[in-house]
Structure formats: C-alpha cells, structure tokens
Design a protein around this ligand. Structure first.
Ligand code: FDP
Length: 275
C-alpha cells in the first residue's frame, strides 16, 4: 500500500468513529486550539498506519508537538481532521496529507504528493501527484476515479474568506469589497470544504493575515502547502500575500501562514493590493 491508498483505507474508520467523538478532549493541540476526541482518534489511526509503510520515514501532524521518526524516504504531514469544529454542527470536514521528500519542516517545493479527503454527503479524495490532480470517490476504503486531470474552471464564481471582518487589515478588506461585487459567498468554516468549492466552481479562498494575528490561522506544513500544491497543480495559484505558498521558507513545524488560493487572475489581483 502507498500513502494515498492508506489514507483512503482509513477514511471510513475516521468517518465511522465521528458520532461518538464529538466532545472535547482535555488537551489543546500545539497551536493552542482545543482538541476534540475525534482529532486525537484520527491522528492516532493515521500515525500508526502511515508509519507502518516502509516508504514513510516520519509522521507529523497538527495534533502533536514533535515529528515521530522512523526509516524511509518520505515524510508525511497531516491535518487529521481539518475543520473539526464543524463536527458539532454536522458540516463538512476533511483530512489533509502532504508527502514531502525532505525531513519536516520542509518547503512546499519538496512535496511529491498532496491530497485531501472531504467528508461531505459523500466521501471524496482529491490528490495532486506527478503534475496532475485526480478526484476519487472513496467507498469502503477503496478509490474509484471521478475526474482525471482536474483543473479550475476559467470563469470563477465563488469566494470564501476566513477571520472576522473587523480583524481584516484595510488592504485585504478593500480586496474583499471588490470580490464581493463579482462572486458569490461560499464559506463553510472548514478549509477543505471551502477549497473544494473553489476547485469545483472556480474562485478564491483565503484565510488572511489578521490585525490580531498577522500570520493568520492556518499552518504551512499541514494546510497551506498541501492545498497550494493541489490548487497550483490544477492550474490555479497560491500566495502568502507576496509569493507562492510553496516558496515560503519553513522555520518551524507549526508555523502559521496567511493562505490565499484560487484562480491565478484573482490571486494576482490580491498580490497587487497587498504588496
Ligand atoms: P478548525 O479550527 O475547525 O479545524 O484548521 C483550522 C480551521 O478549522 C480551518 O479548517 C477553517 O478554514 C478555519 O479554521 C475556520 O476558522 P474560523 O472559525 O476563524 O472561520
């Protein structure tokens, strides 16, 4: 089994374990977010199963402080349950995986494969590998191809921006005002659900730097890089405000980064406003 097969095989176990794990655990994750029992459960399953692969030399996740070391050429960074605060309201969530060929923390340019599982009305996986993006249906732990060579539609229609509006810096707020005139709001509070809307309909997702948190909320290794890799491979663009997320130099495992991904024309306009 490879990493993507293992993540697909684990997806039904994660999903089946959700109903009884909607309460908070005692712990916070290393970024200071409260952990649900479901976050811990998904993390433990993925850690055990991915490290069992000969090719996986280390596992890191949003839910644990340090990298778990083993032997093997690839290094896996996971957000086991992205958008897990949506579990309470029963809305979309996901699992994000980045497979790097350098020890973590690593730059996005060393990603060889990135993928996310979307737990929506159906379970799907979207994966970037060898210059192409594929969408799969995940059923009973197996994948069947739904869309080959997935690309962003040329005509964007949706946007979703995180963070409270009064906390947006003026330049980002100005950008948002122009985008609101052109596109439809689609914000569900789980990055993976919101990014999947952008991949499906074209548009832009952002969790920008905030007045109270200039690096935003999302994490470079576990969220920013894999999503940027997928969106860029699908013909779109990503930015931290000035450069592709894949070009951001990693300084620490849990570092946060402003995330903007979507159609290249919309990201170019954003960079023109922010820089
Ligand atoms: P969550 O805290 O529920 O795990 O990863 C962080 C994340 O969700 C993203 O999935 C989502 O885009 C963002 O936080 C939502 O944050 P807000 O509640 O500030 O909108």
């Amino acid at each position: 089994m490879n990493v993507l097969e293992t993540v697909a095989a684990t997806a039904p176990d994660i999903r089946d374990g959700l109903p009884e794990r909607r309460t908070y655990a005692d712990e916070q994750n290393p970024s200071g977010d409260r952990q649900l029992a479901a976050d811990e459960y998904a993390d433990e399953l993925l850690c055990e199963r991915l490290l069992a692969l000969d090719t996986v030399g280390s596992y890191a996740s949003e839910e644990r402080e340090a990298v778990v070391e083993d032997d093997g050429p690839y290094h896996v960074a996971c957000d086991p349950l992205d958008g897990s605060s949506n579990l309470k309201s029963n809305n979309a969530m996901g699992t994000i995986v980045g497979v790097y060929d350098e020890p973590l923390p690593a730059p996005g340019t060393s990603l060889v494969t990135s993928a996310y599982v979307l737990f929506g009305p159906i379970t799907t996986m979207v994966a970037a590998h060898e210059e192409t993006v594929t969408e799969y249906l995940v059923q009973d732990g197996d994948r069947t191809v739904l869309t080959e060579d997935l690309t962003l539609p040329d005509d964007p229609t949706v946007y979703g921006f995180g963070g409270r509006v009064p906390d947006w810096p003026d330049d980002f707020a100005g950008y948002a005002e122009t985008i609101e005139q052109e596109l439809k709001l689609r914000y569900g509070g789980a990055m993976i659900g919101d990014v999947n809307q952008v991949l499906t309909y074209g548009g832009v997702f952002a969790y920008p730097g905030l007045e109270s948190a200039p690096d935003g909320k999302l994490r470079l290794q576990f969220e920013g890089n894999p999503v940027a890799h997928i969106v860029e491979t699908a013909g779109g663009a990503s930015s931290d405000g000035t450069r592709s997320l894949l070009e951001v130099e990693p300084t620490e495992l849990h570092q946060r980064v402003p995330v903007h991904v979507g159609n290249a024309s919309l990201i170019d306009r954003l960079e023109a406003v922010l820089s």
